[in-house]
Design a protein around this ligand. Sequence first.
Ligand SMILES: CC(C)(COP(=O)(O)OP(=O)(O)OC[C@H]1O[C@@H](n2cnc3c(N)ncnc32)[C@H](O)[C@@H]1OP(=O)(O)O)[C@@H](O)C(=O)NCCC(=O)NCCS
Length: 158
Amino acid sequence: MENVLQPREIEGIVIRRLESGDFQKGIIELLSTLTKVGNLTEEIFCRTLSFMNSRPNEYYVIVFEDLATQKLVAHGTLLVEQKLLYEGGKCGHIEDVVVAKNCQGRGIGKQLVTFLVNLSRELGCYKVILDCKDEIKGFYEICGLEQRFVCMAKYHMK
Ligand SMILES: CC(C)(COP(=O)(O)OP(=O)(O)OC[C@H]1O[C@@H](n2cnc3c(N)ncnc32)[C@H](O)[C@@H]1OP(=O)(O)O)[C@@H](O)C(=O)NCCC(=O)NCCS
């Protein structure tokens, strides 16, 4: 399975797992395009990454890096949840999909979501799900997903 996650290059963009050096490669600016990141210091970043790296079969934090600028241009996570249902099956959750503002509209988002969906299948997940706003629904439909049920939430922090 690690084969799927060997860094690969497509037209000047490397697809790979998140690394500690990515703090200097624009991870905060990239994630800020999606939502509030807050004061994510390098220390918090490295501690969080180290936690994720200790669970490599659960956290697949994937980034796209532009080789020319050495900046991150896309980020998305596949979280693999172990279940009792489906005979101890696994459910994939796609989270935090974002493409840098100046790189949107070039097919990178579709490539990223397709990568995460394929990864979930190759890891044996019986389904992969995500939440999104209404205005993004069309994008995920183009990526081959369909609307099922509704999303419920209770925010403990604003
Ligand atoms: C949503 C987002 C990830 C799309 O990435 P992108 O690289 O711009 O999208 P792509 O260029 O790969 O688009 C693929 C297709 O989806 C379409 N598309 C893109 N955004 C869309 C949207 N909001 N609604 C409907 N269709 C959309 C494109 O027109 C393209 O269609 P085509 O294949 O027929 O030409 C990107 O705009 C983004 O990061 N937005 C801010 C963060 C965000 O909202 N993330 C989603 C969290 S759930």
